[in-house]
Ligand binder design. Structure first.
Ligand SMILES: *[C@@H]1O[C@H](CO)[C@@H](O)[C@H](O)[C@H]1NC(C)=O
Ligand SMILES: *[C@@H]1O[C@H](CO)[C@@H](O)[C@H](O)[C@H]1NC(C)=O
Length: 406
């Protein structure tokens, strides 16, 4: 920071004569500032004239700096232009404040830019009627990029006989149009239906809803929409679910019919989780997923919904859920998860039984052989003592005990 100050100081000393001369010849602000409503429900045209003092001078650069925003807003835009006019979209529910100054560079090679004082102007759109006579809670949804429905609610302080009207404009329209197809509830206008040809994406879609009443003026209200952020796709359809070995579920579907590009979609897959809750997975762009039937229930269900992904819009609505698809009562290749768990149990039981049988058989065989041997020996060799026989018997008993252990 200090370095900057020192550098600035040095430059000031070097340029001292020119700086003083610049201070002595002030620049005048522009004149005749005007703010003109083009009648397009948002855009305002700002124009001005160059200060008289500059008209016959040979100058390097003359530019104008504009700062504008709504009256009580701090989110102002700053524009520097060589033109004598500027057009931009505004929120006409409030006053608009525009300030402007002239900026001049007398010599192109050296010298800093000098600027005039600011002049400002406030533009007030016509705001007659009670503030709560205007409609409220406008909600617009672009269904599948095919059509748009906008719905509103009557103002809290609207006259009972109020007759609202909706007007709209975007940059591809020559002039403002009134809603072509009102949505009505018991005779009252509560919304407007727009066809796809009337819509525009990635550009301001300006709406004004005003109205008439025999009891006095009705406050107009303005909206500026970006329609690509209000899209609600149709639900995914043609859902195809197959189960393979080991409880793996293969799910496939088709992107919802309509104008939303498949690469702009994102899906949420709901599938049977533990207990009766859904588990959820997000799938970007793809239209397949493999799931594992972890819970090994005999019934496995899925449902899907779609939305526009973050690569195609800043915001979007979720579609409705698709119908729920279930695999029930597994047969042949289906439902292996259930079969698998039973098989495992049976396998353990069978192995256990087989081992017991084997051990028993070996024990019996051993008994039989030793008994047979001792019998033969007794017959052939009468010299064998009683002791020897009792040992053989004990052996037999111990084999029997092993068998009982299992
Ligand atoms: C409502 O707005 C439209 C479009 O700006 C305008 O033509 C019309 O005169 C207005 N109606 C009323 C009653 O102010
Ligand atoms: C469903 O998926 C199976 C296996 O991938 C396939 O053979 C079948 O043709 C699909 N059916 C439909 C209607 O897409």
């Amino acid at each position: 920071m200090d370095l900057y100050i020192i550098v600035f100081f040095l430059i000031s000393i070097i340029l001292w004569p020119s700086v003083t001369s610049e201070i002595l010849t002030p620049v005048d602000p522009p004149t005749d500032l005007q703010i003109i409503d083009l009648g397009h429900l948002g855009p305002l045209h700002i124009r001005w004239k160059a200060p008289l003092s500059l008209t016959n001078k040979k100058l390097c650069v003359v530019r104008y700096q504009l700062i504008y925003c709504n009256v009580d807003s701090t989110n102002c835009k700053r524009v520097i232009t060589r033109q004598l006019q500027h057009t931009d979209g505004f929120n006409l529910n409030k006053g608009v404040n525009v300030t402007i100054q002239t900026r001049v560079k007398e010599h192109c090679k050296r010298g800093s830019e000098r600027h005039s004082d600011w002049i400002d102007m406030v533009y007030w759109p016509s705001l007659e009627g009670h503030v709560d006579s205007k409609v409220k809670n406008l909600q617009c949804i672009v269904y599948n990029l095919k059509y748009m429905d906008c719905l509103w609610q009557k103002g809290a302080n609207a006259p009972p006989d109020v007759n609202y009207r909706l007007y709209y404009w975007h940059e591809e329209m020559e002039r403002v149009m009134e809603c072509n197809k009102y949505l009505k509830n018991q005779g009252d206008k509560v919304g407007c239906h727009f066809h796809s040809e009337e819509l525009i994406e990635f550009s301001d879609f300006n709406i004004c809803i005003n109205g008439t009443s025999g009891l006095g003026p009705v406050r107009p209200v303005y909206y500026v929409l970006q329609l690509q952020n209000l899209v609600k796709p149709a639900a995914p359809h043609k859902i195809n679910m197959t189960a393979s070995k080991n409880g793996i579920i293969y799910l496939q579907w088709e992107p919802p019919a309509g104008e939303v590009k498949p690469h702009c979609l994102e899906y949420e897959v709901n599938f049977s989780g533990k207990d009766s809750d859904w588990e959820s997975k997000i799938v970007l762009e793809e239209t397949t997923i493999t799931l594992l039937n972890m819970t090994a229930k005999s019934k496995f269900c899925v449902r899907l919904r779609a939305t526009v992904n973050m690569f195609c819009a800043d915001d979007a609505f979720w579609s409705d859920w698709s119908s729920t698809h279930c695999l029930t009562d597994y047969s042949d290749e289906e439902g292996n998860a259930v079969v698998k768990s039973n098989l495992l149990g049976e396998l353990i039981l069978l192995t256990a039984l087989a081992s017991i049988t084997l051990v028993l058989l070996v024990a019996i065989l051993g008994c039989w052989i030793s008994w047979k041997q001792s019998f033969a020996k007794r017959k052939l060799n009468m010299l064998l003592t009683e002791q020897t026989r009792s040992i053989k018997k004990r052996k037999c008993l111990s084999y029997g005990n092993i068998g009982q252990m299992f």
